[in-house]
Ligand binder design. Structure first.
Ligand code: PLP
Length: 455
């Protein structure tokens, strides 16, 4: 049995190593032929199982080629990064541990490393060191956790215990967002009973920033949701102005900084998040710019007790010991994997300087790409403030056609979007693996495809 397990693990490691070593020699998006082969997974549920070796081989021969090469050098879709080698290796080891990391009792190592990762994150991002936090599946759930904590405090201040009594009959809490609010924030608002549409919407400017001069007067304590890093333009709401404006009103300011919050780790870009530490809660992704594997998002709440109030539960068998932090008290999940390990590994391996360098390199790639695209006759639609480039190739139909051609070509992968009423192609630089030559090669392919589209 042991021998079988060992040989299976070795085989998986060999397949994975081969996959990663060949990833940059194939189209970034899998071909139709490789996707057609996915039907090979769709056999009838066997009465008697097939061999483990055979299944692993099927995953490697049919599954690997049908992946999107987002772990490679030239994937520029969805503001997502790849995986730093140390985070992938740590995740493998932790997968072998198979820890249930809801508490210190179920996993001493999981609970400890998670607490350290959260402390380091607050330090790195210049957030209050005694904040509470949760490691969740992504910024969607991180937003959800922060807004749940906000809901508990705002309603408690209005004399209502929402966690015990629910929302029926509760006092109303105004919610303020910008026109560029991320869809996952709207989803969280709907899940939490605030309502997706029951919001006051503040207009945004040409680069997607909330317009401070249009921000409403605060009449009563409100939930205010700001954005650090617009998914299209990469720009930031005026966090400091709004925090100063709402100070002393009993409002709760939440910052959705899924990727943009990492700007706080760089001296050069920290000005973009000025006033960040004045907010009440922050959501950030590990699996985007920190380049840890999926799935990993982080919720940080200044007054962690409100997060705990919203999330903690009790049962006789959960019996917690001592004063140390129990992960289950701060997040929506019970049983789960120890996802703090990859964050811990990434931060310990990169150090402060390494995180700053990663952020700055990606931003530099965005500037280089925007410059080359402009020289190549393409229309760059946004001010490049961070790692995002929006480009148009003329009218909307032509932009759509060129974007499709870029995706089919396979040199790199960029997604499509809409920006201020125009169709655009969106290029996100978020991967540790991207080198200067990948940027040049990719932009050259984009310009070539845009030109050949005319013929
Ligand atoms: C990506 C993103 C989210 C959602 O994050 P997931 O990791 O997909 O859950 C939320 N807000 C912003 C600004 C994002 O960029």
């Amino acid at each position: 049995m042991d021998k079988h397990r060992q040989s299976l693990m070795n085989q998986a490691a060999a397949y994975a190593a081969q996959y990663l070593s060949e990833i940059d020699n194939r189209p970034v998006f899998p071909s139709q032929a490789t996707r057609d082969r996915l039907t090979e997974f769709d056999f009838d549920l066997p009465d008697n199982g097939r061999s483990d070796e055979e299944l692993l081989e099927l995953l490697h021969t049919v599954g690997s080629p049908a992946t999107v090469a987002s772990a490679g050098h030239r994937y520029f879709g969805f503001v997502t990064g790849g995986s730093l080698p140390v985070t992938l290796a740590s995740k493998w080891l932790a997968t072998a541990w198979d820890q249930n990391s809801f508490s210190e009792t179920s996993s001493p190592v999981g609970a400890k490393i998670e607490a350290v990762a959260l402390r380091w994150l607050c330090e790195l991002l210049h957030l209050p060191g005694d904040s509470g936090g949760a490691l969740v599946t992504g910024a969607t759930l991180a937003n959800f956790c922060c807004l749940a904590a906000a809901r508990s405090r705002l309603l408690a201040a209005a004399g209502w215990d929402v966690d015990a009594s629910g929302l029926f009959g509760a006092p109303e809490i105004p919610v303020i967002v910008g026109t560029e609010v991320h869809a996952t924030v709207s989803k969280s608002l709907s899940l939490l009973g605030f309502g997706r549409d029951r919001v006051t919407v503040v207009p945004t400017d040409d680069n997607g920033r909330m317009q401070f001069d249009q921000f409403p007067k605060i009449e009563k304590p409100a939930l205010i949701i700001l954005q650090a890093g617009n998914v299209n333009s990469g720009d930031f709401d005026p966090i400091n102005d709004i925090c100063e404006h709402t100070k002393g009103t009993g409002s709760w300011v939440h910052v959705d900084g899924a990727f943009g919050l990492w700007a706080a780790a760089s001296e050069k870009y920290r000005h973009l998040v000025r006033g960040l530490e004045k907010a009440d809660s922050w959501a950030v992704d590990g699996h985007k710019w920190l380049n840890v594997p999926y799935d990993c998002g982080i919720a940080i709440v200044r007054e962690g007790d409100w997060l705990k109030k919203a999330m903690a539960m009790s049962a006789a068998y959960l019996m917690q010991s001592g004063a140390s932090r129990q992960p289950i008290d701060f997040g929506p999940e019970g049983s789960r994997r120890p996802r703090g390990i990859e964050v811990w590994a990434a931060l310990a391996s990169l150090g402060r300087e390494g995180v700053a360098a990663l952020v700055e390199r990606c931003c530099r790639h965005a500037s280089i790409a925007a410059g080359l695209l402009h020289e190549g006759g393409c229309d760059v639609l946004n001010d490049i403030v961070l790692n995002q480039v929006l480009v148009s190739f003329g009218d909307d139909d032509r932009t759509r056609a060129v974007t499709r051609a870029v995706q089919d070509d396979g040199t790199c992968w960029c997604g499509g979007t809409e920006w201020k009423g125009r169709t655009a192609m969106r290029i996100s630089f978020s991967s540790w693996a991207t080198q200067d030559e990948d940027v040049e090669r990719s932009v050259a392919a984009i310009i070539r495809l845009a030109r050949s589209n005319d013929q």
